[in-house]
Ligand binder design. Sequence first.
Ligand SMILES: *Cc1c(COP(=O)(O)O)cnc(C)c1O
Length: 234
Amino acid sequence: MPNEAASREARDARDGPRARLEAVRTRIAEAALSAGRAPESVTLIAVSKTFGADAIAPVIEAGQRDFGENRVQEAKDKWPALREGRPDIRLHLIGPLQSNKARDAVALFDVIHTIDRPKIARAIAAEMARQARAPTLFVQVNTGEEPQKAGVAPGALADLLTLCRDELGLAIAGLMCIPPISEPPQAHFAQLARLAAEHGLAALSMGMSADFEAAIRLGATHVRVGSAIFGPRG
Ligand SMILES: *Cc1c(COP(=O)(O)O)cnc(C)c1O
């Protein structure tokens, strides 16, 4: 019955993301409560990279307000229209940042999770001053010290934070990490939490679809969840 199949598909496109969003919210609340934390202490960032307006609009309709993108250009193409009339939407940049994108990044994003070297910190500071905008900032830490991965090495974090705070006057809210895919993430989450505590930073951006509950148990304040809400990315 091709018609029935087609209408089932249309219904799933409409209701699927909403149902999955609800399921993720429930799991976040349960993980927080089981760790003795308030569910509201965890911000869910719905990672909408690669998805178009058709997939994102129902998630906005369902009340989701924090969204993550990993490419500045893609976000610039997609979000101005989606955001129109919704001043409470917060856009999070979770992908690696090039200094030639600092201008667009500061103009577009409310939260930048990927400050990871002096050159980027300087470029972001200059744009914040020029545009009189103040996105919330995280420093990304390469906890696995993977050569191909963005993020400051744990051993260089203290110097980068000193540069941000003392020389550039940048307030850093917290730390972000993406653990190596080949390892259990818990040790990386625990290391990020330890580094944040050492430097007096309150926010922890860690945990994705496969491991956000473990991240919450280890203190995540921001979880970045894509496929568990939007489905697989082609
Ligand atoms: C894509 C991405 C996510 C979301 O990944 P899922 O496994 O789909 O939840 C989270 N964080 C970063 C930095 C990403 O690039």
